[in-house]
Design a binder for this molecule. Sequence first.
Ligand code: ADP
Length: 160
Amino acid sequence: MRRAIYPGSFDPITNGHLDIIDRATMIFDELIIAITSSTSKKGMFSLDERLSMIESIVEDNKKIKVIIFEGLLIDFAKNYQSSIIIRGLRVLSDFEYEFKMALMNRSLDSNINTLFMMPHEKYTHISSSLVKEVTLLGGNVSQYVPQIVQNKLLQKVKNN
Ligand code: ADP
């Protein structure tokens, strides 16, 4: 059983994340989407809101599990008996941070390997933060996120 972990803030999940998820599930038997709160970014959605959005989007794919976690990723990986971390690389500017993170995780646990995947070109400029910003400013993000995410984004803006 080949299992991989795709960790991230997913605040909220975008079509770019989903593109990586599709590619990863073609390679692995099981993919755990591990939602974590970022220490540096203030979230728009609670972890539970992110979980329920993702669960409803991926419910038809039996290879996927969605789990919230706090703490060190290598501990989470050990708990779930996986040594593969999936990360998406969009543009060169992602590289430096991802490179340091991958090496840090591997130096904390030498069994851990990070696998980088590139999304389709049409998603390389999409990020959760940009999608939030565009929505807050009144722009339409329907081509970048699933319908359910767009509805939740609009609800948040309305309630603010
Ligand atoms: P984090 O705060 O851990 O970076 P994100 O939710 O922003 O969490 O991203 C999780 C992972 O998904 C990261 O590896 C990031 O590079 C990747 N990712 C984010 N947006 C995209 C996208 N549009 N296409 C491909 N990968 C992406």
